[in-house]
Design a protein around this ligand. Sequence first.
Ligand code: NAD
Length: 260
Amino acid sequence: MSVKNKAALVTGAASGIGRRIAEVLADNGAHIAVADINPAAADATVAEIRRRGVKSTAVLMDVTSEEQVEAGVAKTVKDLGSVDILVSNAGVQIVNPIENFAFADWKKLLAIHLDGAFLTTRACLKRMYAAGQGGSVIYMGSVHSKEASRLKAPYVTAKHGLIGLAKVVAKEGAAHGVRANVICPGFVRTPLVEKQIPEQARELRISEDDVIKKVMLKDTVDGEFTTVDDVAACALFFAGFGSNALTGQSIVVSHGWFMQ
Ligand code: NAD
């Protein structure tokens, strides 16, 4: 039950949840490929991770590009020696009511969340199967993998879809010791969420304070945001779990918002 000396590729690792997952895996001895579309922020994350005494490499990758994903996974294996853990985390949010949703925005969001998950999974599975050492694939879902909210049609659709993908990877990967699971966080105060607060206030015609209290945290048990540390602890647990006993599952980390 350890990630020590494993190689992890984390997408969207230059910011927010992905960055903290990369740091926590590194704190536990994993080597980290920081994959992101933002090169300056990825380099800063790599520098921070190397201070922990593990190997780290920056991988410039738009997860919607088949070519960049293939090249990025090849670079990960070249620089770190293998890829044992994939954290498919890169994501964006676009809010709008369905009747006003631009088709281009719908396609962009599905491409980042679903095409990105598929392309990174396919490229990493090939290496994991060939190496014969098993592996762990972790998808960043959301409470919106289980539950819907207004204004978020493509996001809710994509996050539900990741659970389906994880279940297929769990079945196909089992013979190779590759497990797949989904983390479903509630609201975490990252740049992705900070941007949504004024947008939702405008759209719903309420104050920003009410967006936080009456929309984002209204169904939690204690009115608290989930933190990047909470999510990273779940990722470490999934990444280090040593058998197929824990595969094809999704865990909600949300201060009680949505109980299964
Ligand atoms: P964030 O904006 O802080 O970080 C997202 C990262 O993804 C950024 O570094 C960005 O450059 C990168 N990225 C965006 N598009 C990309 C692309 N095409 N290719 C590669 N990298 C790309 O956001 P976050 O809140 O840390 O979100 C991370 C994940 O967590 C997302 O999948 C999001 O849906 C999910 N999530 C977030 C919350 C929340 O409340 N913050 C809750 C549940 C799930």
